[in-house]
Design a protein around this ligand. Structure first.
Ligand SMILES: [Zn+2]
Length: 300
């Protein structure tokens, strides 16, 4: 496929390239990865790399002449009894089949791979000395060679949490959400854990790893608050799409190295599209020192 002048690859050829790097057996048991639709013998002139298969990214893929969409998130994660075009997902299935565009998903098998989704996220932040946050369990298909969910690494220089939050917002793909953080803004951060996508499930792993901060997406009030109250690392909550979009460049590079022409979607598919800062600054949360006795007004 890499020889100039050779015939364009087929869907089956591209799938083989993808599955050498992201074997489907590495996916979590609940996940649904691999070829979703498309004839294996169909020719692929261009691959569109996207995080989400939604009408907007499908329209984009059609506009750039892609014959195959490689997505991170499964279009059909749970069982369906209909792909009628009157449903949101059925409409997409119809559109792709009618236009002869194949669809392939690499999800948790791409998360756990080395390099995988969180390596690309860590690279944006400039982290070095990468190791897995949650290594693939011994005996599991993905076990070995630095594979696992999330990455831990060192920042190029120590930063306060406030600085790191601004740094993350500057180096991650732009979204309305931006980046918010939880913890003391002046806390010094040297070692950080990152996990592309929803990282709620790895708060305990981040604490156990002894990192100074953990950057992920989809964090919630109670788990985040309790994690901090128990002395866990500071938290940075980025837009889900922004934590996974960096991986598309790595995916496309891998395909290009195999002679496959690629297009990377920069279309922000995060559901959050509007952000407003509060007009007044938040109340200072630091606990005031106890008042001296002689300051007290005499009681009547
Ligand atoms: Zn995700």
């Amino acid at each position: 496929m890499s020889t100039t002048g050779s015939p364009p690859p087929t869907v089956a050829d591209v799938v083989a390239v993808l599955e050498r790097r992201y074997p489907p057996s590495w996916a979590e048991p609940w996940d649904r990865v691999g070829l979703v639709l498309g004839e294996p013998t169909a020719v692929v002139r261009r691959v569109a790399c996207v995080v989400d298969v939604v009408p907007e990214t499908v329209a984009e893929a059609l506009a750039v002449g892609a014959d195959l969409i490689v997505a991170h998130h499964p279009l059909l994660l749970r069982g369906v009894s209909s792909v009628a075009p009157t449903t949101f997902k059925g409409r997409i299935v119809h559109q792709l089949i009618k236009r002869d565009v194949a669809l392939y998903v690499a999800h948790t098998n791409a998360d756990v791979a080395n390099p995988g989704v969180s390596d690309a996220l860590a690279a944006r932040l400039g982290l070095t000395g990468l190791r897995p946050l949650h290594p693939a369990a011994p005996g599991s298909p993905a076990h070995g060679q630095g594979r696992g969910i999330g990455r831990i690494g060192e920042l190029p220089r120590p930063m306060t949490l406030a600085e790191l939050t601004r740094h993350a917002a500057a180096v991650l793909p732009p979204t309305a959400w931006g980046v918010r953080a939880a913890g003391d803004p002046d806390r010094e951060v040297r070692t950080i854990a990152v996990s592309g996508g929803s990282g709620d499930g790895f708060l305990t792993a981040a604490t156990a790893a002894g990192v100074d901060a953990f950057l992920t997406a989809d964090l919630r009030h109670h788990p985040a608050g309790e994690h901090l109250a128990e002395g866990g690392p500071a938290l940075l909550d980025a837009a889900h799409w922004a934590t996974e979009r960096p991986w598309l460049d790595d995916l496309a590079g891998h395909l290009r190295a195999a002679g496959v022409e690629t297009y990377v979607s920069d279309l922000d598919t995060d559901p959050w599209t509007v952000h407003a800062d509060s007009p007044t600054p938040p109340v200072d949360r630091s606990i005031p020192p106890p008042a001296a006795d002689d300051d007290k007004e005499p009681r009547p």
